[in-house]
Design a protein around this ligand. Structure first.
Ligand code: ATP
Length: 432
C-alpha cells in the first residue's frame, strides 16, 4: 500500500484547482467529479500522451470518436443488457445497498442482516426522442463504438492484420458504491484499443500490449514499483477470454485494478455480426483467406491513471530547513511547464520585462503561468504544490544592473530547489 494518505491528495487536488466534487454547491452528486483549471490540463496531457503513443505514433492504428448514445441493439449483442451487472445486497434493517463482493456477512453501517443477493445492471438508461419506450443507454465502455466501426475503418483504409482502433471518451456506469475519490466513479473516461489479429498470432500481440502498458505508465510517471500484474485465473475470467491480466496499483486504500488487458477471441465481432446481420469477416490478402479477426483489448481508465499518478508524484521533504509538499510531475504531464515572476510587482520595468519573457515562452509553450503574488518564497511553494518543474525570475540583473548579467534570468529547479542563471535566449529549450 502507498504511504501517501488519500486526505492529503484530495485536499491538495481541491485547494490547488485540480479536482472538485461534482455539483459541490448543491451538496454534490455521488460518483461525479469536476476537473478544475489544472486538472483539465493534466488530464489533457495524459490523453495526448496516450493518443500520440498508441494512435498517431503507429502506422497500424486508427483513431475514432464514436457517439456516446448508440443503438440499444449494440448492447444487447455485446451482452451488456443481459449481463453487465454487479451483485447487490440490501440491508434489511437500514435499507442501505452494497456491492455483495465488497462487504462481509453483516451491514457495515448498522450490523443488520442482508437480504438475497441480486444482480444490478450498471448501465444508465435514457429515453431517445419523444417516443415513449425508446430506451437507450449511455455507453458503459468505449469499446462498443470501436466494434461497430470495424467495417467502416476496414472499408476506408484497407489495413492489414494485425491492426488496431483506438478511442478516448466518456463512459458511464451506475456503480452501486462509488468511492475512493476518482477511483470508482459513475462518469468516467476510458482510453481503449481493440487490436485485431489472426487467431494463431494472438500471443505476440498480447505480449506487445503487455509491454506497452508498462511503457505508458513510465511515460506518464507512474511508479513502476507499485504496479503489479495479476494473471486472472481460468474461473474468474469472462467465458470468452483466453487470457486476461489486471494491472494493479498500490493505491493509498490498497492494491486495486488500474488497467485491464484481455484476449477476447472473436467473441465481440461475432456477436455484432449476429446482432447486426452484417458480414464482419475480414478478407486477408496476405494469407488469402477470410476470417473474423480475434481481438486483444488494452483498456485504460483516465481517472485511475490520474489517481495513480498523483499517488506516485506526491512528495513531502524539507527544503532550506522548511517542510514542503511538491508534485514530482515529469515535464510531459505537468499542467504548468514553467512559472514566470517579476521579482517585485511594483517595479514597472521589472514587470514589463517579465511580461515579455512570459509572452515569448507562452507563444510556443502554452502551459506557462504568470505569478506576481506574495514574496518569491510563497510563489515557489505554490508552484511546487502544483508540480511546476521550473520557476523563472526576472530581477534587476536581467535589466542590466550588473551589465554582465543583462538578459539573463534565474531558473529554479523544483526538485532540488537550486537556482541557476541562464540567458533568456536559452530558456525555451530548457523549459520545453
Ligand atoms: P472494477 O473491477 O474495478 O470495477 P472493471 O474490471 O469493471 O473494474 P473494466 O470493465 O475492465 O473495469 O474497465 C476498464 C478500465 O476502465 C478499468 O481498468 C479502469 O481503469 C476503468 N474503470 C472501470 N470502471 C471504472 C469506474 N467506475 N471508475 C473509474 N474507472 C473505471
Amino acid at each position: 500500500m502507498s504511504d501517501v494518505s488519500m486526505e492529503k491528495i484530495i485536499s491538495l487536488a481541491k485547494r490547488r484547482g485540480f479536482i472538485y466534487q461534482g455539483s459541490e454547491i448543491y451538496g454534490g452528486l455521488a460518483g461525479t467529479w469536476d476537473f478544475g483549471p489544472l486538472g483539465i490540463e493534466l488530464k489533457n496531457n495524459i490523453k495526448q500522451l496516450w493518443w500520440r503513443m498508441f494512435v498517431q505514433g503507429r502506422d497500424d492504428m486508427y483513431g475514432v470518436d464514436a457517439a456516446i448514445l448508440m443503438n440499444p441493439e449494440v448492447w444487447k449483442a455485446s451482452g451488456h443488457v443481459e449481463g453487465f451487472s454487479d451483485p447487490l445486497v440490501e440491508c434489511k434493517k437500514c435499507k442501505r445497498r452494497f456491492r455483495a463482493d465488497h462487504v462481509g456477512e453483516k451491514c457495515p453501517e448498522c450490523g443488520g442482516e442482508f437480504g438475497e443477493v441480486r444482480q444490478f445492471n450498471m448501465m444508465f438508461q435514457t429515453q431517445i426522442g419523444a417516443t415513449e419506450g425508446s430506451v437507450s443507454y449511455l455507453r458503459p465502455e468505449t469499446a462498443g463504438g470501436i466494434f461497430v466501426n470495424f467495417k467502416n475503418v476496414v472499408d476506408s483504409f484497407h489495413p492489414k492484420l494485425p491492426f488496431g482502433i483506438g478511442q478516448i471518451g466518456k463512459a458511464f456506469r451506475n456503480e452501486i458504491a462509488p468511492r475512493d475519490f476518482i477511483f470508482r466513479v459513475r462518469e468516467l473516461e476510458q482510453m481503449e484499443i481493440e487490436y485485431f489479429v489472426r487467431p494463431e498470432n494472438w500471443e505476440e500481440s498480447f505480449e506487445m500490449w503487455r509491454q506497452n502498458v508498462h511503457a505508458f505508465n513510465e511515460a506518464v510517471g507512474i511508479n513502476r514499483d507499485a504496479v503489479y500484474e495479476l494473471e486472472v485465473a481460468d474461473g474468474d475470467r469472462a467465458h470468452y477470454s483466453k487470457r486476461t491480466i489486471d494491472f494493479e496499483f498500490d493505491f493509498p486504500f490498497g492494491r486495486k485494478e488500474l488497467y485491464g488487458l484481455a484476449y477476447r477471441t472473436d467473441f465481440d465481432l461475432k456477436a455484432h455480426q449476429t446482432g447486426s446481420s452484417q458480414n464482419l469477416e475480414f478478407q486477408d490478402d496476405v494469407a488469402n483467406d477470410k476470417l473474423v479477426p480475434h481481438v486483444i483489448e488494452p483498456s485504460f481508465g483516465v481517472e485511475r491513471t490520474i489517481l495513480a499518478l498523483l499517488t506516485s508524484v506526491y512528495t513531502e521533504d524539507e527544503l532550506g530547513g522548511e517542510p514542503r509538499v511538491y508534485l514530482k510531475f515529469n515535464k510531459a504531464v505537468a499542467p504548468v511547464k514553467a512559472a514566470v515572476f517579476p521579482l517585485l510587482k511594483n517595479k514597472p520595468e521589472l514587470v514589463a520585462k517579465a511580461r515579455a519573457v512570459y509572452d515569448m515562452l507562452k507563444k510556443d509553450i502554452p502551459q506557462i503561468m504568470w505569478d506576481d503574488n506574495g514574496n518569491i518564497g510563497k510563489r515557489y511553494r505554490r508552484q511546487d504544490e502544483i508540480g511546476t518543474p521550473y520557476c523563472v525570475t526576472i530581477d534587476f540583473d536581467t535589466l542590466g544592473e550588473n551589465p554582465d548579467l543583462l538578459d539573463t534570468v534565474t531558473i529554479r529547479d523544483r526538485d532540488t530547489g537550486e537556482q541557476e542563471r541562464i540567458s533568456i535566449a536559452d530558456l525555451k529549450a530548457r523549459v520545453a
